[in-house]
Write a protein that binds this ligand. Structure first.
Ligand SMILES: CC(C)(COP(=O)(O)OP(=O)(O)OC[C@H]1O[C@@H](n2cnc3c(N)ncnc32)[C@H](O)[C@@H]1OP(=O)(O)O)[C@@H](O)C(=O)NCCC(=O)NCCS
Length: 162
């Protein structure tokens, strides 16, 4: 496990694949409502945990994908959302990936996630492509999901050159 201090009480930590990752399932499910999907990638890639005062307040799961790294999950505990934690955590993860030689990062978010689309673009991500009908029952998503009054259907892919 590698730890790096960020600011006074914020620490970015990496949790190895294995049983230790189960503790972060609730945070991972905030970013992806399909437990089928979450379990399929739970032990892949690097799981970054952002701790403040010892508590795990956010996670990023970064999985290599060809010459890029995909952010498969980004989430902040509900009590900490909207307070700048997500962007601080994401910038710290991007710094770490850049330091490890990663040059391109991708992330996908649902078409109805208006807030998430704002969040990623404010950190520098750009829209790249749309994968229609990604959120299907075959992938473990109920047919009638919606957010902000918009049906959740399509995946919006974004990327960022580091
Ligand atoms: C999306 C998420 C990670 C953002 O983390 P956060 O700590 O709440 O975000 P921050 O407070 O750091 O916000 C950073 C910026 O994004 C914007 N933003 C974040 N959520 C937003 C929302 N719902 N609507 C509009 N803007 C939003 C903020 O206004 C802020 O802008 P500013 O820098 O100009 O003030 C967090 O809300 C979350 O975990 N949500 C549930 C899980 C999820 O949806 N994950 C993404 C899956 S793709």
């Amino acid at each position: 496990m590698r730890r790096e201090a960020w600011g006074v009480d914020a620490v970015l930590e990496m949790v190895a694949a294995g049983a230790g990752r189960e503790a972060f399932l609730d945070l991972l499910l905030l970013a992806d409502e399909s437990e089928l999907q979450v379990r399929s990638y739970l032990n892949a890639g690097d799981l970054y945990v952002w701790r403040r005062g010892g508590d795990a307040v956010g996670i990023v799961l970064a999985i290599p994908d060809g010459d890029a790294v995909e952010l498969k999950a980004v989430a902040v505990a509900p009590a900490w959302q909207g307070r700048g934690v997500g962007s601080a955590m994401l910038r710290a993860v991007l710094d770490d990936l850049r330091g490890r030689g990663v040059r391109r990062v991708t992330v996908g978010t649902g078409n109805s996630g208006v807030g998430q689309l704002a969040f990623y673009q404010k950190v520098g991500f750009r829209l790249a492509s749309i994968e229609r009908d990604f959120f299907s029952p075959a992938r473990g998503y109920p047919a009638d999901l919606e957010e902000n009054g918009i049906p959740l259907r399509d995946m919006v892919w974004m990327d960022l050159e580091l």
